[in-house]
Design a binder for this molecule. Structure first.
Ligand SMILES: [Zn+2]
Length: 305
């Protein structure tokens, strides 16, 4: 469990106790980035606000049953995407990166070697709550192995490897497209992919209870977990440093890649929110109005203190 999921868990505990202040804090912290995300997906401002309000309402209604395996932000974005998909029934709600939107727009799924499509609606509250135990263990083990891989790349500043892994597993691009985007030889990408998968497989086998070899791991599942855990997404503080241009050059380049080449919608929404916070305070009263609206429509779901 990471520090951030630990602190998310204590906030969740407070909310379950009916702590309205803790709940207001969550709304405050996340409403901006959720709204930017919704606005990038729906044309009407009012629709986007409704969707964000409904996201917080769905969250608070299910709060007693939630177990934090990923960050609070990831939960909220998961619910938000489901709300958007439910409302508009469009395929684009599935994509989490601009690249995916492009690849999903012209045909059924990716132009890859018969890979599965992403799950219909992305993570939802019920998705987190209702899963059988074995599947949970498998996902956790696979998530840890992938996290381990990403951490190794980050700690050693192997950012080219990180970019390759991100394009392969987060965006699920075919090798040749990855090679083209990064200006690399396709063979190099193939070897890098092979190494990543081998490493992940080894990690998984070492962590699973002995004899449990029934582990079915499709590339679709890798993508789902990568997306759910936002494995390669920079932290909010890193996005802030990117905005202020205080990151070391290679990290600046990586964050730029994540925002503009990968086009991660979550991080773009967060970044836009940060930009607007930094800029004029002109919209503050609108933000405050939305906060109050969300609070009023959800506070009744909090348990009495
Ligand atoms: Zn991201």
């Amino acid at each position: 469990m990471t520090d951030s999921t630990q602190s998310d868990n204590s906030i969740l505990d407070a909310i379950r106790q009916g702590d309205a202040k803790a709940w207001a804090q969550v709304i405050d912290e996340y409403q901006g980035r959720l709204l930017r995300f919704a606005q990038s997906r729906v044309s009407q401002h009012a629709d986007a606000e409704d969707i964000v309000q409904e996201t917080f309402a769905s969250f608070i209604r299910a709060v007693d049953k939630l177990q934090v395996e990923v960050s609070l932000e990831t939960y909220l974005f998961g619910i938000l995407r489901k709300e958007i998909a439910n409302r508009f029934r469009t395929r684009w709600a599935k994509g989490v990166c601009l690249i995916q939107d492009i690849y999903h727009s012209d045909s059924e799924g990716m132009p890859a070697e018969g890979l599965d499509l992403l799950p219909d609606t992305g993570p939802s509250v019920s998705w987190y709550v209702c899963r059988d135990e074995q599947q949970q263990v498998q996902r956790r083990v696979l998530g840890q192995a992938l996290e381990h891989l990403v951490t190794t790349f980050k700690e050693a500043s192997r950012l080219r490897d990180l970019k390759i892994a991100e394009l392969l597993f987060y965006c699920r691009l075919p090798n040749q497209e990855v090679a083209k985007l990064l200006g690399l030889d396709e063979r190099l990408v193939r070897v890098a992919k092979h190494r990543c998968l081998k490493r992940v497989r080894q990690d998984v086998l070492e962590s699973l209870p002995s004899g449990d070899l029934s582990f079915a791991c499709s590339e679709g599942l890798l993508t789902e977990i990568w997306e759910m855990q936002r494995l390669s997404c920079p932290k909010r503080s890193t996005l802030g440093a990117f905005l202020l241009e205080t990151l070391p050059p290679q990290w600046f380049d990586y964050v730029d890649f994540h925002l503009t080449v990968v086009g991660c919608h979550f991080c773009r929404a967060s970044f836009k929110d940060l930009q607007e916070q930094q800029g004029t305070d002109g919209d503050l009263s609108l933000e405050e109005a939305l906060r109050l609206r969300i609070m009023n429509s959800t506070v009744g779901f909090l348990s009495p203190p």
